[in-house]
Design a protein around this ligand. Structure first.
Ligand code: NAG
Ligand code: NAG
Ligand code: NAG
Ligand code: NAG
Length: 640
């Protein structure tokens, strides 16, 4: 076993023993090794484990939803972890202080139990702390892939950690390190890229942002979290989530071992080297075997070969889904999962049955105590490493970190670097570039469903699992329309409407200098986003046709993935892929109006039609509309 923290010179140890002994004689208490932060972490883990009863061990392996996490339940079941499912919040528009109060109450219950082991509270902070009202919402990972800027991505990890800690949360189920090989997958926007190397680059950046930097001497696989302003991270979904058949969520990834290791495994090596605290298993199967029961990949490869010493967690209710007839049996599923090497189970609601089943199986010898001890040691190792025993409670002073001006500036920077310019005037009559746009136009048209809707701009995993339309949902934020309004000259008249047939559009289109058309996908996550046609949803195509035939137009496409645009490309004067930019719409205006140049590069291949899928960079037959890495650039406008 490798390095541990601390300590100490012989004199310091001696002094400590004297002080401890004095304390003991005064208080009449015995020295408790696991409570001593000066002890090596492994010694603390072993000491605590040796004191634990079976029900306390099973409790550590149990993660329940916050709805169920009353003080009574936490105390009775010795619950080790609580989570917020997507959109599960203490109250509508809860403030950071309200979140902290909720977690403080849970933590008090956990600390009141016999051994006083703190809970670890987890949430999907996947593009900022996206469940929290007024949080800064960053672009989804596909947009971050387009920036090619690992330093930026690291700073986003740091900001996300602070915004999670603002709400008292020390653990995020992020980053998603999927290598999405088929954009028909609803989870594709959670992937930085189809290219393994680019996913590795961003994985190596965001994990130190979230958790803090490991030193060069840090032993591989040992979890690391650098204190109360960082959070424990979770690399997901292990492994092959982005490689399923036709991009169907949670389906079968059919690949040789060699190709699995070559395409989908490398980001996990990087995550482990950076000291990632946990790894979440994928719903998907590999060559017909559910990942949640794949002992070979979880135990032999991840834990033994890769030396991962943090904990392995299931996906939401995954144990309920692993068995197929004739073994459709929860009891059997639990056994398979734990046997495969899973340490913590995201149940999230049926904890009494889970706890009873595990206990019965341990008593019968169907689940070995060694396996339980391994699981609990890993969870405790993370809790000790991150200082939860010393600092179990939310830090009040951090509430001010939610949605700060600095974080919004950072998100704005990310937005402008993530936008990919796909067409700029080529094929127009005069052949001239259209972007950057003039701020001094007399009259312009802004049109489309996505021009003035923060919910659509943020996509899935925003305030709720699936995301939703609407300007109120995130609290603060700036729509693309608002950003355009604040960018252009005060005298410029802006007509805005969702659809050119309705609302305030002049009948005389000659009046407009240009139009900005903002259309795209509606929010989705996972299975609900699986899509076999990848067309621009209605009325997008109609809006593009109507407006672009009459006015010089720039189309801004808000989507989690490349959509089929070839049929409309000729009518457009310019086309910008904006991905799912989040709350800071100013970043879009920054590049449209030339305050900054376009620099984003496609993190994915942009196909002509879905018949070409799957098509990825490096394929022998490669005839996309725009290749991986494509992106026109512009220079900042000269305003002198
Ligand atoms: C947990 O909470 C859910 C949602 O409120 C509820 O449906 C379920 O019955 C609870 N589970 C238990 C065991 O109380
Ligand atoms: C959200 O931010 C706005 C603007 O700063 C503020 O007025 C409001 O009180 C905040 N709401 C919550 C719940 O923190
Ligand atoms: C994959 O999807 C097909 C079609 O929905 C389904 O029949 C099959 O069971 C799925 N396979 C897995 C491993 O989930
Ligand atoms: C494309 O697929 C989505 C998801 O299945 C569906 O909702 C939509 O209606 C389809 N669009 C077309 C044009 O077939």
């Amino acid at each position: 076993m490798a390095m541990q923290t601390g300590c100490c010179s012989a004199a310091a140890v001696l002094l400590f023993l004297v002080v401890a002994a004095a304390g003991a004689s005064v208080a009449g208490a015995t020295y408790v090794r696991y409570k001593d932060p000066k002890q090596p972490i492994q010694a603390r883990v072993e000491d605590l484990l040796s004191r634990m009863r079976i029900e306390e061990k099973i409790g550590q392996m149990t993660q329940i939803e916050r709805h169920n996490a009353s003080s009574a339940v936490i105390e009775k079941y010795f619950v080790g972890s609580v989570l917020s499912g997507g959109g599960s919040v203490p109250s509508e528009k809860a403030s950071a202080a309200t979140w902290q109060e909720m977690i403080t109450k849970m933590q008090k219950a956990a600390l009141s139990t016999r051994l006083g082991i703190p809970i670890i509270y987890g949430i999907d902070a996947v593009h900022g702390n996206n469940n929290a009202y007024n949080a800064t919402i960053f672009p989804h990972n596909v947009g971050l892939g387009a920036t090619r800027d690992p330093d930026l991505v690291k700073r986003i990890g740091r900001a996300t950690a602070l915004e999670a800690r603002a709400t008292g949360i020390p653990y995020t189920f992020a980053p998603c390190v999927a290598v999405c090989r088929d954009p028909r997958w609803g989870g594709c926007y959670e992937s930085f890229s189809e290219d393994t190397k680019l996913v590795q680059l961003m994985t190596s950046a965001i994990i130190p942002g979230l958790q803090g930097d490991v030193s060069t001497k840090h032993p591989r696989g040992v979890p690391f979290v650098g204190g109360p302003k960082h959070v424990a991270a979770c690399a997901k979904h292990f492994v092959g989530d982005g490689g399923t058949h036709h991009g169907i969520s949670g389906n079968n990834t059919v690949l040789s071992f060699h190709d699995l290791m070559r395409i989908h495994m490398p980001p996990y090596y990087d995550a482990v080297i950076k000291g990632v605290a946990s790894v979440m298993i994928s719903y998907s199967s590999w060559n017909g075997v559910k990942m949640h029961e794949n002992k070979y990949l979880i135990t032999q490869i991840l834990k033994e070969k890769m030396h991962f010493r943090g904990f392995v967690i299931t996906d939401w209710q995954a144990v309920d889904k692993i068995t197929t007839p004739p073994h459709k049996h929860y009891y059997h599923s639990i056994q398979e999962t734990i046997h495969a090497g899973i340490d913590m189970v995201m149940i999230p609601f049926d904890y009494p049955e889970f706890v009873a089943d595990v206990q019965a199986q341990v008593m019968r010898g169907a689940i070995k105590m060694d396996r339980i001890n391994d699981a609990v040691s890993r969870i405790l190792r993370v809790k000790f490493t991150m200082g939860l025993f010393e600092n179990p409670f939310p830090e009040h002073s951090l509430t001010a970190q939610l949605g700060t001006k600095e974080h919004r500036e950072l998100a704005r920077e990310a937005v402008r670097k993530s936008l990919v310019l796909l067409k700029n005037g080529k094929g127009r009559k005069d052949g001239k570039p259209v972007l950057p746009l003039s701020k001094k136009a007399k009259k312009i048209l802004v049109v489309g469903t996505h021009a003035h809707d923060l919910g659509l701009q943020c996509g899935g995993w925003t305030k709720s699992w699936q995301g939703q339309s609407g300007n109120g949902i995130t609290g603060q934020g700036t729509t693309i329309l608002e950003a355009i309004k604040s960018a252009v000259d005060k005298k410029t008249v802006i007509d805005y409407t969702e659809h050119p047939d309705k609302g305030s559009v002049s009948k005389n289109e000659d009046e407009y200098d240009y139009a900005v058309v903002v259309v795209g996908e509606n929010p989705y996550a996972a299975t609900a986003g699986d899509n076999l046609n990848l067309t621009i949803p209605g009325p997008g195509p109609e809006v593009i046709r109507k407006v672009c035939e009459l006015v010089k137009c720039v189309v801004v496409l808000v989507s989690g993935r490349p959509l089929v645009v070839e049929p409309y490309l000729d009518t457009m004067d310019a086309l910008v892929a904006a991905w799912l930019p989040g709350t800071e719409g100013h970043g879009v205006a920054d590049v449209l109006f030339g305050d900054h140049g376009f620099s984003g590069k496609l993190p994915r291949t942009w196909v002509r039609s879905v018949d070409q899928l799957p098509m990825n960079y490096g394929d022998k037959l490669y005839d996309p509309l725009f290749p991986f890495g494509f992106g026109l650039t512009t220079k900042p406008a000269d305003r002198s």
